[in-house]
Design a protein around this ligand. Sequence first.
Ligand code: FES
Length: 150
Amino acid sequence: MSQTLEQIIAPHAGKPDELLVLAEQLMDRYRAIPTAALPLMQQQLGLTATEIQSVLSFYHYPVLDAPIKCHVEVCRALSCHLKSADAVLRHLCDSLGAKPDQVSDDGRLLIARVDCLSDCDRAPAVHINGEHVAATDWDALVKRIQAELT
Ligand code: FES
């Protein structure tokens, strides 16, 4: 049985230092931070709306009414940077008409630059909807993303 927003947020009540942990849990579940979660996060964690928004925007967490259909993460940390992660990111964005770190106008695609994905040995690391995918064939990556969007 899937957890409700309340059930996901409740264990973090009174623990404002767990905001990032909670954000990751919400991203895993919804591929976005649901707009409806914001007042609950304020109430349970004891943070202001500004505090929450500033952290979420700093880490490029999308706050949306509906989940993102395809969330692509491209690592920008050193190992991946040295293995052309920037070029992979540019290729994906150019091919898909996307802008880095911005949810597409239809709310279905986000290609985000992120810090280390713990896949340094497989650099450049790319995750699609939380799953590592090899970034050896960049056009295959584009096709995979297009398939996720259908
Ligand atoms: S540096 Fe890219 S996954 Fe670690």
